[in-house]
Design a protein around this ligand. Structure first.
Ligand SMILES: Nc1ncnc2c1ncn2[C@@H]1O[C@H](COP(=O)(O)OP(=O)(O)OP(=O)(O)O)[C@@H](O)[C@H]1O
Ligand SMILES: [Mg+2]
Length: 237
């Protein structure tokens, strides 16, 4: 179980990728605790395992060993079927390159995760419209991804991550393909989801300006997680 006030607890997580004789171990007995409501920036050099760790927390990939509990569920012991049902309700995932479905409109892209839940058509439409509203992209609801700018596509992707009202939002370099101003707008949306809507946010980034929006900064170093600082540390004399 995650303790009171925790949303993620990863214990002794090891991830080994094997390619023939070759072995890569991006995560090596890593421990991580994320407090509910925190905004975490996850940094570290290319290839250090940031995406790997995010995918494990989302239950998209499985650890070689160790235990991960997210939102009160030990996800490392769930079957694939239960895991995808769990993920729909608890995790919103945002990718660097948006990953929108090209043949669906913005509205339909955002509505997509709701099709996995027992909702009526009118409930789905209401939640979708709300999510588009929160990210300020309602006026583009009928556009296809190719008709949107990168920043607009990322807003739609955030709406899609948000539409099921998950506890946890994971973003893998969400501004990596955007200019600085657009990147800042995207980070302001994520900050708002954190502050106003109480979502816990974990953002992977290489960019200090992006990381400055976070409250807690952690770094992957040789397979382990190193705490850089939290707002409470910063505030301490
Ligand atoms: N499916 C896979 N099969 C084999 N090796 C993999 C796989 N996915 C990742 N790796 C390896 O694991 C290591 C960590 O990769 P990961 O993508 O997690 O790094 P990252 O910190 O996200 O890097 P970047 O900043 O470049 O996105 C790398 O050495 C990578 O080559
Ligand atoms: Mg990565």
């Amino acid at each position: 179980m995650t303790g009171n006030g925790e949303i993620v607890r990863a214990e002794k997580i090891t991830k080994i990728y094997r390619k023939g004789e070759h072995e890569i171990k991006p995560l090596d007995s890593l421990d991580m605790v994320v407090a509910k409501g925190d905004f975490v920036a996850l940094m570290g050099p290319s290839g250090s395992g940031k995406t790997t760790l995010l995918n494990l927390i989302a239950g998209i990939d499985s650890a070689t060993s160790g235990r991960i509990t997210v939102a009160g569920e030990e996800i490392t012991s769930l079957s694939q079927g239960r895991l995808s049902a769990w993920r729909t309700r608890h995790v919103g995932y945002i990718f660097q390159l948006y990953n929108l479905v090209p043949v669906l409109t913005a509205f339909e892209n955002v509505e997509l995760p709701l099709l996995l839940l027992p909702l009526s058509r009118s409930e789905r439409r209401k939640h979708t419209a709300n999510a588009l509203e929160v990210v300020g992209i309602s006026d583009r609801a009928d556009h296809f991804p190719r008709q949107l700018s990168g920043g607009q596509e990322q807003r739609v992707a955030i709406a899609r991550a948000l539409v099921t009202d998950p506890d946890l939002i994971l973003a893998d370099e969400p501004t990596g393909d955007l200019d600085a101003d657009t990147g800042r707008e995207i980070m302001l949306i994520l900050s708002r989801l954190n502050r106003e809507f109480g979502k816990t946010v974990i953002v992977v980034t290489h960019d200090d300006a992006v990381a400055s929006h976070a409250r807690t900064h952690v770094r992957l170093d040789h397979g382990k997680l190193v705490l850089q600082d939290t707002e409470s540390c910063k505030a301490a004399p």
